[in-house]
Design a binder for this molecule. Structure first.
Ligand code: ADP
Ligand code: ZN
Length: 645
């Protein structure tokens, strides 16, 4: 790296090939360069890494040593460091995949002031050897910055709690004059406060970017036949594209992957119970699978998968089970569409999900305070799932984004979620709720025991079953009083009443239903209950394959579809070349160039290095390494076209 003094903007341009900072990037960079600490909250794909990479490069150029990046993601460090090498930045990682000689060499590089960034896991940081190294670096004024990635891992209120993160407070205690940058894509108020306290960031600047991800379309449907719903979603809208399907249990992850494979989709499983080697192989296949060659991978996974995955062209994230809370949902869905092109967040959920999540909280060994917080978070997610108004408005107001609260939220329309695109038809279910609640009450009175949802609904609908005869429930006054309402509608109503806290499910007694004190006010009709009318599947399908402009959706990103045939050919040639380079370098293709950069090259078809250097995502090092090659490719391709004409 040359030693000329640069400004952050120059580095953004020269090294990364970008023209302008996004959101709070500049503020974060300036804050740490002036010696302060910062807590950076940006959505996934917002551009957090540049916030510490640019100060690290600057400081290294000035001979001020190395930035220590604390990251829990050992499996991704190789690719992260590889991406920096592609940019010409001296970086390394220290983890258990290196032998002691390799590790020793990296330590020496640091002590010689040769590295700009070092990636390390928190458990490594806490070893006596590493702490001694830190001390040495510090004494020689070679510690430029601490970057704490995925900082929410320090909080038990976050969804990825890692006890090892707690020890990171020692960085501040020992080296208070070394600036720290803590970064996360998630944090509601509670988690944020906890993070500040645990990492002693009271004096840090809080830099919060908008959490909106406008290119992600949110959709939440009622579960009817989840596998078929999922298959139709993938086949109709994302054939041959990379995506993630989240399931709750390891067993379901395996079964879903196998089933999808049977349906001709390249699906691979990922969960914490798998052997490390297989897990890593599947993750690599996902990161390296190339949509263009028809080998993109659909990863079916538990939430063990995804943190730090920076694959930019994940086109969808599907949930077959309800996540635990909105933070988890937002974090998981945020893994779609980091390249800014259209992407889908799709979820199917039903009554059983509500019951399961409640039960998991009830049965957890945690203390009452913790359980109460978790219940509150689940309730917020349930009201998102049941919402008939704009999903994005709800999400943004949950994160208190753009001051979107109360009235404002009610009028918010994003035009890129299911509720905005096909407004939900609602029906007044107040009376139906009264019938349902009083039926639960009567049955309990008459029999002295409680029953589950299925039987209660049978009574309301006046069905004659063996159970009905056995308990003489056909003689109850509520027998058949609600036959006009479908079973599916009752289930939706029950979900709502459970979400509202009027009914609870007793997991220890066969999932029987019980009235909660709140039920009284609903029985008296003091609240209106509005429910979404279940749209027939056919109508939903027709709508979902349309874009907001009413045009049928194509399988290729719109920007690609918009290319003329020459440009399409250039794009294909560039992709094939990129795949080759990526294989040679043992890195995912997007580390060489993003699709968006290739698209820009294919469209502009530059003829000279100077023209090529104007393309976003092409810094000096890549221009030097690949520029001539790309130009030759663009020329050859045009030549072939002419020859063929
Ligand atoms: P995060 O870690 O916040 O999820 P990344 O740091 O991986 O996000 O950045 C997401 C993508 O956006 C990366 O491909 C990155 O190169 C790109 N990016 C970041 N900052 C800028 C910028 N100022 N201009 C253009 N692209 C950017
Ligand atoms: Zn909306």
């Amino acid at each position: 790296m040359d030693s000329a003094a640069h400004s952050p903007l120059q580095i953004l341009h020269d090294v990364f090939g970008y023209n302008a900072f996004r959101g709070q990037q500049q503020a974060a960079i300036e804050q740490v360069l002036s010696g302060g600490d910062a807590l950076v909250l940006m959505p996934t794909g917002g551009g957090k890494s540049l916030c510490y990479q640019i100060p690290a490069i600057l400081r290294a150029q000035q001979g001020k040593g190395v930035c220590i990046v604390v990251s829990p993601l050992i499996a991704l460090m190789h690719d992260q460091v590889g991406a920096l090498h592609e940019l010409g930045i001296p970086a390394a990682f220290l983890n258990s995949t290196l032998d002691s000689q390799q590790a020793g060499e990296i330590e020496q590089q640091m002590l010689r002031g040769e590295l700009a960034l070092l990636y390390v896991a928190p458990e490594r940081l806490n070893t006596p050897r590493f702490l001694a190294l830190l001390q040495c670096l510090y004494e020689q004024k070679l510690l430029s910055l601490f970057a704490i990635d995925e900082a929410h891992c320090v909080s038990q209120w976050g969804h990825d709690f890692r006890p090892e993160y707690r020890s990171l407070a020692l960085l501040h205690e020992r080296y208070p004059d070394v600036p720290r940058l803590a970064l996360t894509a998630t944090a509601d108020e509670l988690t944020r406060q906890d993070m500040i306290e645990r990492l002693q960031l009271q004096g840090a600047a809080q830099l919060v970017s908008s959490f909106d991800r406008p290119n992600i379309r949110y959709r939440i449907s009622e579960k009817t036949d989840p596998r078929k719903q999922l298959l139709r979603f993938i086949e109709d809208e994302h054939a041959g594209e990379a995506g993630i399907v989240y399931c709750q249990s390891r067993k379901k992850v395996e079964e879903t992957a196998e089933w999808l494979r049977g349906e001709g989709i390249r699906a691979l499983p990922y969960h914490a119970g798998m052997e490390q080697r297989e897990r890593q192989a599947n993750q690599d296949a996902f990161l390296r699978g190339d949509a263009q060659e028809g080998s993109a991978v659909v990863m079916t996974a538990t939430i063990a998968f995804g943190m730090g995955i920076d694959k930019p062209d994940v086109r969808f994230v599907a949930h077959l089970d309800l996540p635990k809370n909105i933070e988890g949902y937002y974090q998981e869905t945020g893994r779609a569409g980091r390249d800014g092109l259209n992407a889908d967040a799709w979820m199917a959920y039903g009554l059983q999900d509500v019951v399961n999540q409640r039960r998991m909280i009830d049965e957890s060994p945690a203390n009452d305070e913790y359980k109460a917080v978790m219940r509150g978070k689940l309730d917020a997610l349930l009201s998102l799932a049941e919402a008939t108004d704009c999903r994005r408005g709800r999400l943004l107001s949950y994160f208190n984004d753009q001051g979107l609260s109360g009235e404002q939220r009610l009028n918010y329309r994003c035009n890129n979620c299911d509720n905005c695109l096909s407004p939900a038809v609602t029906w007044d279910a107040t009376q139906a709720a009264q019938k349902l609640l009083s039926c639960i009450y009567r049955v309990q009175q008459a029999s002295g025991i409680s029953f589950g949802a299925g039987h209660i609904i049978d009574i309301l609908r006046g069905k004659t079953t063996d159970k009905m005869a056995q308990f003489a429930h056909h003689q109850l006054s509520t027998f058949g009083i609600g036959a006009d309402i479908s079973e599916q509608q009752y289930k939706a109503l029950l979900r709502q009443l459970i979400a509202l806290g009027a009914v609870s499910v007793d997991a220890e007694h066969f999932n029987t239903l019980k009235l909660e004190p709140l039920a009284k006010s609903y029985l008296k009709g003091e609240h209106t209950v509005l429910l979404r009318e279940a749209a027939p599947e056919s109508a939903r399908k027709a709508k979902s394959s349309m874009r907001s402009d009413g045009k049928p959706k194509t399988k290729t990103p719109e920007t690609l579809a918009a290319l003329d045939s020459m440009a399409q050919q250039r794009f294909a040639a560039l992709k094939a070349w990129r795949a080759e380079v990526a294989r040679e370098h043992a890195l995912p293709a997007y580390v060489i160039f993003h699709d968006a950069t290739l698209l820009a090259m294919a469209t502009a078809a530059p003829q000279t290095l100077a023209e090529l250097s104007g393309i976003s995502g092409l810094g000096a090092k890549k221009l030097e390494a690949y520029g001539e090659e790309v130009l030759r490719l663009l020329r050859d391709d045009a030549g072939q076209e002419l020859a063929a004409a």
